[in-house]
Write a protein that binds this ligand. Structure first.
Ligand SMILES: [Zn+2]
Length: 73
């Protein structure tokens, strides 16, 4: 849980993956973004899309979002 106690799940807006890495800042460690700032540019390790992460209250919500994206394709 992050310092605010909520909204600590971030996911790719394109595919729903949580395998994100910062597109800026010099660190390429996955998931380092969790617990840090809530906004920023990322690069998705799964689909390669660069953008702004979507926040979720829980991993279950993220998985639901990811599943929705899969069903649309
Ligand atoms: Zn993605």
């Amino acid at each position: 849980m992050n310092k605010t106690g909520e909204y600590n799940i971030l996911a790719c807006s394109n595919c729903g993956s949580n395998q994100l890495k910062w597109a800026s800042g010099g660190s390429d460690s996955y998931l380092d973004i969790i617990g840090d700032t809530n906004s920023g540019m990322y690069e998705c390790a799964k689909c390669g899309k660069m953008g702004v992460a979507i926040e979720f209250k829980s991993e279950a919500d993220r998985k639901k979002f990811e599943q929705t994206l899969k069903e649309k394709k």
